[in-house]
Design a protein around this ligand. Structure first.
Ligand code: PMP
Length: 396
């Protein structure tokens, strides 16, 4: 055995609490609000069947190696899509990645030397913590205070340089919260002051069920600085929550020198994202995106409403929760002293209910009295029943 030869970074890699948990969910009768996964019944499956067939019928290029930057027509579609959400860019500002998860890994690789500081939310997306952690950074808090607009940044202690701030400004995983315009502008001031990059994770951007869209951080920076080439914000997009997570297609939008360097990272890592998948996504995005998003908003919005209403009816005093305007998650804060992991053990055992204890989303393992509920993959009746069960274990 050669485990003693692993690099120091290997000791920082932990099995995700969520993945371990998902293994337990095959039991009959269980209601799961655990995985933050889209409802497969809402995938445009027929459209993908046709798109894959069309791509293969067009010739063998769909099965061939292709360029690291990504499939040209998909990048062209994304130029239009980014324009619709307020970002003005060209195809040369876009790199296709294998999901936005790969973009987070590449950005960690590109920016972080051991000991450097990454500013992240407290809590933040677990997959981002894990992706960055492999590059041996320190983490410090970026507090933009959700919908409340106030902002605070705790000075990073230590010698390593602060390299970037990472955030998911719309309907974040795990809290469901959105950073308002003031918080986004504050973030840009902070990034200019500290001379750091901003990694904007737009994974849930399209899934708004209420209220008006807030421009992406990249769009606001562009408005300040005139051109994307002057911007420090790196936008990571994904088709996972809108069209299909399994095809693993995402994208990065940034100033050209950043994209060029990321292309080198990609060449060294996996050459390019799968050709056929990119071709299929391009066709389905072109023909179905505009009509498919309203269907998702309607379906997921109704589930969010059902969960919020059921929480109102079933939660005992002292329990608080967020009111997300989109996305897939509601974040619940239990009374101090209560432990989300213990609650999960009891919920699985006594009422067959699963969710994710919130601690995993804090880089320092704090947040024991929080849990994440996902409403995306259960119908309204199941959501109501699951929250009723949560009320029972909380009162027990
Ligand atoms: N960012 C956030 C905030 C997420 O929740 C996820 C998936 N759960 C990702 C990125 C990664 O998504 P993908 O790699 O499928 O694009």
């Amino acid at each position: 055995m050669t485990q003693n030869l692993f690099a120091t970074r290997a000791s920082r890699m932990k099995a995700s609490e969520i993945r371990e948990l998902l293994k337990l969910l095959d039991q009959p009768g269980i209601i799961s609000f655990a995985g933050g996964i889209p409802d497969p019944n809402l995938f445009p499956t027929e459209a993908f069947a046709q798109a894959c067939q069309a791509a293969l019928n067009a010739g063998p290029q769909a099965l061939q190696y292709s360029v690291s930057e990504g499939y040209g027509p998909l990048r062209e579609w994304l130029v239009q899509h980014m324009r619709e959400i307020g970002v003005d860019c060209s195809v040369d500002n876009i790199l296709i990645t294998s999901g936005s998860q790969q973009a987070l890994d590449y950005l960690g690789k590109l920016y972080l030397s051991p000991g450097d500081t990454a500013l992240i939310g407290w809590p933040t997306y677990l997959g981002a913590i894990n992706a960055f952690d492999a590059y041996e950074p320190r983490f410090d808090r970026l507090m933009l205070n959700g919908n409340r607009g106030a902002a605070e940044y705790s000075e990073a202690a230590g010698e390593g340089a602060v390299k970037f701030a990472y955030l998911s400004p719309d309907f974040a995983n795990p809290t469901g919260e959105t950073v308002d315009l003031r918080g986004r502008e504050y973030l840009l001031d902070l990034a200019d002051d500290l001379n750091i990059a901003v990694i904007e994770d737009g994974a849930y951007q399209a899934l708004r069920y209420e209220g008006d869209a807030i421009p992406p951080v990249l769009s606001l920076e562009q408005a300040r600085k005139g051109s994307i080439e002057a911007c420090r914000t790196i936008y990571c997009g994904s088709f996972s929550k809108t069209l299909s997570p399994g095809l693993r297609v995402g994208w990065v939008v940034a100033a050209k020198p950043i994209i060029s360097q990321l292309v080198l990272v990609k060449q060294a890592a996996d050459l390019h994202s799968p050709t056929l998948n990119q071709m299929a996504v391009e066709q389905v995005a072109r023909t179905h995106f505009a009509t498919h998003i309203p269907l998702l908003r309607k379906a997921y919005g109704a589930r969010r409403d059902a969960m919020l209403e059921a929480l109102q009816q079933n939660m005992p005093d002292g329990v608080q929760w967020t009111h997300p305007q989109g996305g897939m998650f509601i974040w619940v804060t239990l009374p101090t002293g209560m432990n989300g992991a213990d609650l999960l053990a009891r919920a699985l055992d006594t009422v067959k209910l699963a969710f994710v204890p919130g601690r995993a989303f804090f880089a320092d393992g704090s947040g024991a009295n929080t849990i994440r509920l996902s409403f995306s993959n259960s119908d309204e009746d199941t959501i109501r029943e699951g929250i009723r069960r949560l009320g029972i274990v909380l009162r027990a």
